[in-house]
Design a protein around this ligand. Structure first.
Ligand code: PLP
Length: 423
């Protein structure tokens, strides 16, 4: 987070006239969408002509038919094994959405005992998950839909607050899991420290069937020359005698196509067998033509890294623009700070308590859509009303610049109004 030093108050009159000018411009901009831009998607355009007439996988499997392992094409799993830190035999390549895999995993756990579980979660009086905040709203929606209670845990620069986590999992067997986006987290870009990963993998839990939902959605989405490399949660958990604890997820939604990528699940052999057995009631197998298309296009882990460097060329200037405009406006404003992520898709803007929803409201009235305040917290409630999630990847650079400048105008007016009201 960028820190803020005290400075003199914001002038209400000039803040209001800047805001009136912003409204008069009648813009329509959207900073809610954590999606790749058209220019990023175009990078994978050659894939649309693949695999062409040669639709045989490396082992000779005809990808057009039902043949092959329900675990997905081995050559594609080999490409994602290293970035996702999952050995190929323990990695499943599935359909296009990792969120779908998270959903299915939790539904399976509800309806069939997980390896190491005494029973089905649906038969338990209470199932609770820890939700590091700020976090990803779709994790929260999915949990709520399944009746999984969410317990907020504050984030630190190293990941979820370990003292809070340890305290909550140690005594209460109804705490069954934790949501984690361990690298370039959504929304604040946090990279979990090795100590955090080790602690999560090894801590004593009252629930024998405790699970870490390790959503490594941004494993290869670097914005700098020094890519983060988090510790290997599967290896550390196995070393600590909790091999079945992590479920690792990832996808190529923000690598190739959001609407046509491939999602991955990695876990212990026991978890993988459990998952494949239950999933066999749902599908005979994944879209192997898409697997082959991805394997041919990305070629190798190095080919994937090279492709992601091209993504970075498009995305990084937008993140830089966010930093520049926020720094110009708020470098010395008490209570205003923001994340400067080294990867991922989001920036978190933290404003003085009680102002986030007002900034979002002002922005909306000026034609600028921001993610609703509170979306980063379970049940849509940010108790401080202080967190705003900014998603700069989708609009073109000029629009990002205009949109962040607009956010700055709205925040200055919110700050000035609060000061004027003597709050
Ligand atoms: N996980 C995180 C942390 C995300 O931010 C997103 C999308 O924004 C997803 C998962 C969605 O992934 P998928 O497209 O593979 O379902």
């Amino acid at each position: 987070m960028s820190s803020a030093a005290p400075r003199a108050g914001v002038d209400l009159e000039s803040a209001r006239s800047d805001y009136d000018a912003l409204v008069a411009r009648g813009m329509t901009l959207n900073l809610t969408r954590g999606k790749p831009s058209d220019a990023q998607i175009d990078l994978a355009a050659p894939m649309l002509d693949m695999p062409g007439a040669d639709f045989y996988a490396a082992d000779g499997t005809d990808t057009r038919n039902y043949y092959g392992s329900p675990q997905g094409l081995p050559e594609l799993r080999a490409i994602f094994s290293e970035p996702l830190q999952v050995p190929v035999p323990q990695l499943i390549a599935a359909g296009n959405s990792s969120l779908e895999l998270m959903h299915d995993t939790l539904v399976h756990a509800m309806l069939s005992p997980l390896p190491g579980a005494r029973g089905r979660w649906v038969d338990e009086p209470r199932v609770a998950f820890l939700a590091p905040v700020p976090g990803y709203d779709r994790h929260f929606t999915l949990s709520e839909r399944l009746g999984i209670e969410l317990i907020p845990v504050p984030m630190t620069p190293d990941g979820p607050d370990l003292d809070v986590v340890r305290g909550l999992v140690a005594e209460d067997p109804s705490v069954k899991g934790i949501w984690c986006v361990p690298q370039y987290s959504n929304p604040d870009g946090t990279v979990y420290s090795d100590e955090t990963v080790r602690a999560l993998a090894s801590m004593p839990t009252a629930a024998a069937d405790f699970r870490i939902m390790w959503d490594n959605a941004y494993a290869v989405h670097h914005l700098t020359d020094t890519p983060a490399r988090i510790a290997d949660v599967l290896a550390l958990a196995a070393e600590a005698g909790h091999a079945d604890r992590p479920f690792v997820f990832g996808s190529s939604s923000k690598i190739t196509f959001g609407g046509g990528g491939v999602a991955f699940l990695g876990a212990s052999r026991a978890n993988v067998d459990w998952w494949l057995r239950l999933t066999s009631a749902r599908t005979i197998g994944p879209d192997k033509i898409n697997h082959l298309r991805h394997a041919r296009f990305l070629r190798s882990a190095d080919g994937l890294a090279e492709h992601m460097r091209r993504h970075r060329e498009v995305a990084a200037p937008k993140f830089a623009a966010v930093q520049r405009v926020l720094t110009e406006n708020f470098a010395a404003t008490p209570g205003v700070s923001w994340s400067d992520p080294a990867g991922g898709y989001f920036v978190t803007l933290t404003v003085p308590d009680g102002l986030a929803s007002e900034v979002v409201r002002l922005a909306k009235a000026a034609g600028l859509a921001l993610t609703p305040a509170g979306a980063t917290h379970p049940y849509g409630k940010d108790p401080q009303d202080a967190t705003i999630r900014l998603a700069p990847t989708f609009p073109v650079l000029e629009e990002v610049e205009a949109a962040i400048a607009g956010v700055a105008v709205c925040l200055r007016l919110a700050l000035a109004s609060t000061e004027a009201a003597g709050r």
